[in-house]
Design a protein around this ligand. Structure first.
Ligand code: OOB
Length: 550
């Protein structure tokens, strides 16, 4: 008999006693994404699953999505893409995203969810590190030609056999030309197998990969749907990038599909695009990061669109200020749900029946009764309820380790499997969490995460740079932006902030990682034990600027 939960050398998994407990509790139900879609297509074949408004507009029913996934799965199998193979996926919010994802799910090949903003450096790493066999891209997106990027990566990564393009393929293969076989593909993976690799926001030199299983992710969807009251009447607007964990699963597009609802794809999250879609499609819920929530609040007063169908706005990814939280309901005529989640697992929501004050001032409480929350001091000692400390967590949909990262896992997890979130929180008497800060060396730029070390390593490659420290600076709109403090080499020629930014950009990094500000200093302030004091550097940012922000 094949095991219900397959051991994977690359991905640390839950110990048997935990797996048994989560199954016995009914969290893990032994279902895969392939089976989920098949079941929905059988139950309500003609209901609309996906609406993609681009161009002429497309509306796929559940039957159509299921058939497309089958046919593409057969085509991908014929190309030699099989179970366990990694496929780096970098698609914007287009219908093909779901066709590809479900085709890969069915084969048991693992999508690696790159974001549209990623460039050479990130994509090269994802492809090389995962030994990806295929990379799936749009042709041109936001003025950037992904086919050229793909050609560069293909030349460098020997495992990469296929580049598939949604749109005009150039020198590569068009996704539409992958031969489609009209056959139902047998589901490849087991429920305990990996479904995909998600990206960590990270605080280290390179982003880590997060291995999620069918069973664990499906549980988080089912439970999120219940909390957010998502059912077959729900219409989810996918406004943030579809590949992000928030948009995918909290409750996200996959939650909506799980419930038999409808997913409407917004090519951009701006009010001029999103608001008319809400009115036309009768959108009932969507998810935004705090800066966008503010943009929507302000636009709602100006624009004529009827947002009356909207029941809930989920806001998360970064801390929502109480002041903005207070404005969501009155401005948009819907219920606010704060979401504090992480691609590694744990997701917290404020509930519909929470008192108003809780919704406005906390980031919610965990999805599952089996989510274990510890708030600890610097030595892992448990703190009394209400005290502020490091958040550690363990549970039925929180990973036990990153993919192929045994060294890093030794410090990112406790010996008994708690994930060190790097977040500083306090837990209220009702179990709600309030995010008070961060211990990890990361900048949260309006929900987009930047690992300071990653950017520091790039800037250090500049021949005129002796040392660098990247820190966050407060920002009214994004919450935080990044500032790079640079110490130049002795005798190095003059260097301007703009040169440093340009240097980082030319190294092929996602645009949001380019430092917002660059400051030149003679030396760094030090802590008592001689480390660079980022705390002091952040404090300096409160002083008058040495030159204007760009
Ligand atoms: C979501 O996932 P990631 O993996 O991009 O980032 C996780 C980190 C958390 O550890 C925390 O530092 C921060 O983002 N964060 C928040 C927050 N939500 C996330 N910090 C303060 N307040 C919040 N509400 O960002 C993510 C994944 C699933 C659902 C929602 C967000």
């Amino acid at each position: 008999m094949s095991p219900a939960f397959s051991a994977d050398q690359d991905a640390p998994s839950w110990p048997a006693e935990f797996a048994e407990r989560y199954r016995a509790a009914g969290w893990w139900r032994g279902e895969t994404f392939g089976q989920m879609l098949r079941a929905r297509a059988a139950a309500h074949p003609d209901r609309t699953a996906i609406v993609d408004p681009a161009g002429e507009g497309r509306r796929w029913t559940y039957r159509e999505l299921d058939e497309r996934a089958d046919r593409l799965a057969a085509g991908l199998l014929a190309l030699g893409i099989g179970k366990g193979d990694r496929v780096v996926l970098q698609l914007p919010n287009v219908a093909e995203f779901f066709e590809v994802v479900f085709a890969l799910f069915r084969i048991g090949a693992l999508p690696v969810f790159a974001l549209p903003a990623h460039r050479d450096t990130e994509i090269r790493h994802f492809c090389a590190f995962t030994e990806a066999v295929a990379y799936i891209v749009p042709d041109v997106e936001a003025g950037f030609d992904h086919r050229e990027l793909a050609a560069r990566i293909k030349a460098e990564v020997p495992t990469l056999r296929h580049v598939l393009v949604v749109g005009e393929p150039g020198e590569h293969t068009a996704l539409r030309d992958v031969p489609r076989e009209p056959v139902a593909v047998e589901d490849g993976p087991l429920p305990g197998d990996l479904a995909f690799l998600q990206l960590s926001g990270g605080s280290t030199g390179v982003p880590k990969l997060i291995p999620r299983t069918h069973d664990d992710y499906l549980y988080s969807l089912r439970a999120s749907n219940e909390i957010c009251r998502v059912d077959e009447h729900s219409v989810y607007l996918c406004a943030l990038p579809a590949a992000h964990n928030f948009t995918l699963s909290s409750p996200g597009s996959l939650g909506a599909l799980h419930a038999g609802g409808r997913v409407v794809l917004a090519p951009r999250p701006s009010p001029d695009v999103a608001f008319p879609l809400i009115e036309r499609e009768g959108v009932t819920l969507t998810a935004l990061v705090p800066p966008l929530a503010l943009v929507w609040i302000e636009a709602a007063a100006e624009r004529p669109d009827d947002l009356g169908s909207l029941d809930a706005l989920l806001v998360g990814g970064a801390k929502l200020s109480e002041e903005v939280a207070r404005r969501v309901g009155p401005a948009l005529g819907c219920t606010l749900q704060q979401v504090f989640g992480m691609a590694e697992g744990l997701v917290n929501y404020t509930r519909f029946d929470d008192p108003e004050d809780t919704v406005l001032t906390t980031q919610g409480r965990p999805i599952s009764p089996d989510d274990e929350i510890r708030v600890v001091d610097g030595e892992d000692g448990d703190l009394p309820r209400g005290a502020t400390g490091h958040l550690l967590t363990r549970g039925p949909y929180t990973i036990r380790g990153y993919w192929r990262a045994p060294e890093h896992n030794r410090t990112a997890f406790t010996a008994d499997g708690f994930y060190r979130t790097g977040d500083i929180v306090r837990q209220t008497a009702t179990g709600h969490l309030v995010v008070e800060g961060r211990a990890k060396d990361q900048i949260n730029r309006g929900g987009e995460k930047i690992a300071a070390e990653e950017i520091e390593n790039h800037i250090l490659a500049h021949p005129a740079v002796h040392d660098v420290a990247v820190v966050s600076m407060p920002d009214d709109y994004l919450g935080e932006r990044s500032c790079a403090y640079v110490v130049l080499r002795e005798g190095a020629g003059p260097l301007r902030g703009a040169d440093v930014k340009q240097f980082v950009r030319r190294r092929g990094l996602a645009g949001y990682k380019v430092p917002d500000r660059v400051e030149f200093v003679q030396e760094f302030p030090q802590t008592a034990i001689g480390k660079v004091s980022k705390k002091d550097l952040r404090a300096r940012l409160q002083l008058p600027l040495s030159f204007p922000l760009s």
